[in-house]
Design a protein. Structure first.
Length: 457
């Protein structure tokens, strides 16, 4: 997870005592969380009933749960959020450790799935497709001490990769997770190559990641051959044209993608055991927060990168596990934020993506830019916010398999109006900071600054 606006990592809330408090407040369903599972490393009965398994490799548009989410808080607010999400089921992603889930295997062969059970049970209760990100690793796999009391949630420790001698242990944990949730069919291996950067050579240790990936791939497929596994969850970082040190041929007015990232992807792609989909993340802005040549045109990066990934992978389904449009300290209002997200989703579709997960920035406070719903930790929380309106409507109107239509559209300055259309729906986005007159699909209409408008055909 990148440290962008709305995606800051807050790990203190993952301390065991705090998680226990959250669980008590939420009243959520859990499985055994006393340490040992019923049958050791082969897995155990999960908390709550399973739902129908979905084996599609293209899931559409959804979101990722982070530290704060709708599974905990005021019972009335949680119920409102659950009803809201059930009204438009979307794929929902959850990591096995971190971002709301505690240490799943504090000591070798000793498990605590209470938090993960609660999150998966909540996703099931909304009728949505659960996705599991297989990250991060228990401390004893990274050279730390075993035991829940020794879990180190510092950023340095949390973002460490397993030691090579523990790659198989992590793969075994992945298999245990897969068996515990038999209705979950989609697994993303690791997160952003965390801990795999080699400082001495200043490049990614893609050999190590690929070895870990292949072990995990084998074990998750052994758990159920219908399971869908993907990676490598690289960050498609880019630099401005003035920075040539890591420049690549994958470039545009928005800059160029770091050549070291492309090298890592190509190695994984050539040496992987297999993959059912490609998962990556990225931002429309550069490593030093430049939005080139402007904040909305910069989003064309998602189209260019997507097309490159589809070609390199031989046409594997493309997932954006995270995507960001807003640099730090932007000062944007919610209307501009929603318009940029809409433009980014259009750009991802044009690049061939069929699945995308909005990184949920939920907080436990009333002020939460970009949040999907009001905080369920508040008595009146659990109500939809503008970003939920965009993501849920996009998921409904443009599901996997949508046949996109070409149509005539003009405006006073056409590059400032973004359009995506199917046979039945048109999405129009005004990227200007002032009103404009748009003409789309034979209709002329005014649009306010940063307005997102839906038309029926």
């Amino acid at each position: 997870m990148r440290r962008h606006v709305g995606a800051s990592i807050v790990l203190l809330g993952l301390v065991a005592a705090a998680l226990t408090l959250v669980l008590a407040v939420s009243g959520g369903t859990t499985g055994s969380s006393d340490g040992h599972t019923a049958d050791g490393k082969d897995g155990a009965t999960s908390g709550g009933p399973t739902g129908p398994a979905r084996s599609d490799t293209e899931l559409g548009w959804g979101f990722t749960h982070t530290q704060y989410s709708a599974d905990s808080g005021s019972p009335d607010a949680v119920a409102r959020a659950r009803k809201l999400l059930a009204g438009q089921p979307m794929p929902q992603d959850q990591a096995i450790m971190g971002w709301g889930a505690g240490n799943p295997e504090p000591s070798p062969g000793t498990y605590d799935f209470g938090d993960l059970d609660r999150r998966i049970a909540f996703i099931r209760s909304t009728g949505s497709t659960p996705v599991i990100t297989l990250c991060c690793a228990p401390d004893w796999m990274k050279g730390g001490k075993p035991g829940e009391q020794n879990t180190d949630w510092s950023l340095k420790s949390f973002e460490s990769a397993p030691l090579p001698t523990h790659y198989q242990d992590f793969a075994d944990l992945a298999a245990t997770v897969a068996k515990r949730y038999p209705d979950v069919r989609h697994f993303v291996v690791w997160n952003e190559f965390k801990g795999f950067f080699d400082d001495s050579s200043q490049r990614w240790n893609y050999e190590g990641y690929t070895r870990l990936y292949n072990l995990v791939y084998d074990e998750v497929k052994k758990a159920n051959k219908a399971n869908q596994v993907g990676g490598p969850y690289l960050v498609m970082d880019s630099y401005g044209p003035q920075d040539n040190q890591f420049a690549s041929d994958l470039k545009g007015p928005w800059g160029s993608v770091d050549q070291r990232v492309l090298d890592a992807f190509r190695y994984w792609n050539q040496h992987k055991k297999g993959a059912d989909f490609v998962a990556v993340d990225g931002a429309g802005f550069t490593r030093d927060n430049q939005m080139l040549p402007d904040p909305f045109t910069a989003l064309d990066k998602f189209t260019d990168v997507g097309r490159w990934l589809r070609k390199e992978s031989g046409g594997l389904p493309l997932w954006w596990s995270e995507y960001y449009v807003e640099p730090e300290n932007s000062g944007w209002g919610e209307d501009r934020r929603v318009a940029a997200q809409a433009a980014a989703m259009i750009a991802m579709v044009r690049g061939g993506a069929t699945t995308g997960f909005y990184w949920s920035p939920q907080q436990a406070t009333a002020q939460c830019p970009g949040c999907l719903w009001s905080a369920t930790q508040l008595p009146d929380g659990g109500t939809p916010l503008p970003m939920y309106g965009l993501v849920s409507r996009f998921a409904r109107e443009f599901p996997p398999g949508t046949r996109y239509a070409s149509l005539d559209s003009t405006a006073e300055d056409i590059p400032d109006v973004r359009v995506l259309a199917s046979d039945r729906t048109v999405l129009v986005v005004n990227t200007r900071d002032h009103a404009t007159q748009a003409r789309v699909d034979g209709r002329s209409f005014p649009m306010t600054a940063y307005q997102v408008r839906w038309l029926s055909r």
